[in-house]
Design a protein around this ligand. Structure first.
Ligand SMILES: [Ca+2]
Length: 234
């Protein structure tokens, strides 16, 4: 459990859609300095505004930054989870405001790991192995979860990334129906990085499943990260 909690990113977020391009070079510089000094995750809107005034920013500066804050407060990106499977375990977040749990994982030894991946991986070899992540945001108003991962397949494994929105209080395994396809996978015989945004809709959580279709070709998955998007707080 200690290891699992250690892997959880603590309040690390960024203002992904803040309209920095509309700000002057000087204003952007101030932002960089404050990020460097205080860290993006450690600065609140109130502190930001008071520092702008303290640094000589006039009323227009404050008004401009206030607008930036208003637009960015509802679009925070909150890094939630990262997993490389190298210890042979798909870690879970089982307590706290956000939870991540797994269903139907298969983590073989590293002996067959493709060279462009490392250590152990998550793998699906058949239609009976459909690794599924349950992500629950509780009462937070985040609008979606971004799933980043690297995959590899020698030949088409018929794996799709699909999702199902849910208000389950705990994960239910297995989930077998009502999934929506969000992404497919190319057969490049090379490692491919994929990023897919899964919407929560009006639900508190979502199941994200690597669904293996017919056949027995393998797909390797590694370095999965989850980032909550569209949040007003992390
Ligand atoms: Ca790995």
């Amino acid at each position: 459990m200690q290891k699992k909690q250690a892997r959880r990113f603590s309040a690390s977020f960024s203002m992904s859609s803040a309209p920095s391009s509309s700000r002057s070079r000087g204003e952007r510089s101030k932002g960089k300095i404050m990020k460097k000094k205080y860290g993006v995750h450690a600065i609140s809107g109130a502190v930001w505004l008071s520092m702008m005034v303290g640094c000589g920013g006039g009323f227009e500066d404050v008004q401009d930054e206030e607008q930036v804050l208003k637009s960015s407060e509802s679009s925070l990106s909150c890094a939630l989870y990262s997993e490389n499977f190298d210890d042979g375990v798909a870690d879970e977040l089982t307590s706290g405001a956000y939870r991540v749990r797994w269903c139907n994982t298969y983590l073989p030894g590293a002996i067959n790991t493709p060279p462009c991946l490392s250590g152990q991986t998550l793998r699906t070899n058949s239609s009976t192995i459909n690794p599924t992540i349950w992500v629950n945001k509780g009462s937070n108003n985040c609008t979606g979860v971004r799933v980043n991962y690297t995959y590899y397949q020698f030949a088409l494994a018929n794996v799709t990334l699909s999702y199902r929105q849910s208000n389950d209080l705990n994960q239910v395994c297995p989930q077998t129906s009502l999934f929506t396809t969000a992404a497919s996978h190319f057969t490049t015989q090379a490692c491919v990085q994929q990023s897919v945004l899964i919407p929560f809709g009006s639900s508190s959580g979502v199941y994200v499943r690597f669904q293996h279709g017919s056949g027995s070709n393998a797909m390797w998955l590694d370095n999965i990260t989850l980032t909550l998007e569209g949040c007003s707080s992390c």
